[in-house]
Design a protein around this ligand. Sequence first.
Ligand SMILES: Cc1cc2nc3c(=O)[nH]c(=O)nc-3n(C[C@H](O)[C@H](O)[C@H](O)COP(=O)(O)OP(=O)(O)OC[C@H]3O[C@@H](n4cnc5c(N)ncnc54)[C@H](O)[C@@H]3O)c2cc1C
Length: 373
Amino acid sequence: MKKSKTLIVGGGVGGLSTAIMLQRVGVAVDFIDIDPHWGALGAGITLTGPSLRALRELGVLDEVMAQAYTGEGIRVCDTQGNTLKLLDTPMPADAGVPGSGGMVRPALHAVLHQKMVNAGIQMRLGLTVDAFKELADAIEVTFSDGSTGIYDLVVGSDGVNSKVRKLIIPDAPAPEYTGQYAWRVTVPRPKEIDRRTYFLGGPHKVGITPTSDNEMYLFLLEKSPKIWREANALAAPLRALLKDYGGIVGQIRDNIKDDDYINFRPLEGFILPAPWYRGRVLLVGDAAHPTTPQLASGAGMAMEDGIVLADELVKAQFDVATLLPAYMARREPRCRLIVGSSMELGRLEQAHASIETMTAVVERTLALLMEPI
Ligand SMILES: Cc1cc2nc3c(=O)[nH]c(=O)nc-3n(C[C@H](O)[C@H](O)[C@H](O)COP(=O)(O)OP(=O)(O)OC[C@H]3O[C@@H](n4cnc5c(N)ncnc54)[C@H](O)[C@@H]3O)c2cc1C
């Protein structure tokens, strides 16, 4: 049985997970990232039960749980911090993971990166792909430094603005602004924040995710036309957006200092028609199915992509032509569920839909997501 030599383009959670899982089934992995100073921004990330299940499969759950917050459920509050409802975050007992969690992104990247390094994989930095040429039984890749390589499979895990996608599907839809900006700020965690918490019914969607025993992040989704903001002048507008909020959110607002690091990003998405491959080049993670963060599942989906890819590669006996349709059949419905439900929630938030309508979408989707991948 010939084991495929694979090039992975892009070292986010999707690329890292793919590298770990392919190496585990005996595939030779080359790994590149365009960023010469590879790393992750310091924002928090929510880890759903399915994301924690993926991290367990990747063999890093203990390392994650040593640093992260993990627990159960989501508290739904009004804008003044009064509890309205508790949502379950169910996971089957045999998944062996809590239903919910959160972590700072650099720590998540560091855990996955260490696992990759321990497996003997190196990431070459400051490098991208410039061209692909299909050969009779392989693919030739031309890199941005002029060198070339021959592979059985190329995995494009280079994010929402994927260059690999542009190379293989030049007429693919481009990411579109969905009408919302995400604001995130990391703050100290008081004891009363015992789980993920949403503050609904106000002008924005606001939430908190604990990321460790001592820290948490607050996020705010703002409906806004597309605008430019100076990165070092975000504190005052964020405080203004939070002006009507009381309770813990009001306390956080009053403690946001002008020089606090605030992450501010437009939300973008699009639906890429299937299949997410051409020839021997497959897109995974945000390159294939970028999603807005309403269900906090984009990174989880990218991790699952790597797990399913390795599993299907073994089932296909390392035959790429057999692998790719089988991979699509397993991944497309689940990723579409996430993207579709996240976009639906974004539209409901912008239309100021009722809390019941929005939490019903969250509960329905979370119940489906606990199914095995
Ligand atoms: C505001 C916001 C909040 C979010 N919150 C959550 C959350 O709480 N939980 C969750 O699960 N998901 C969340 N997501 C989604 C999550 O961030 C993404 O789904 C996830 O990061 C996708 O991982 P990826 O590996 O596919 O891509 P990325 O993380 O974007 O990584 C892409 C990598 O490719 C590299 N690269 C880019 N271009 C090239 C190129 N041409 N050549 C080589 N390398 C290249 C980049 O340097 C980068 O390392 C959020 C998204 C947003 C926008």
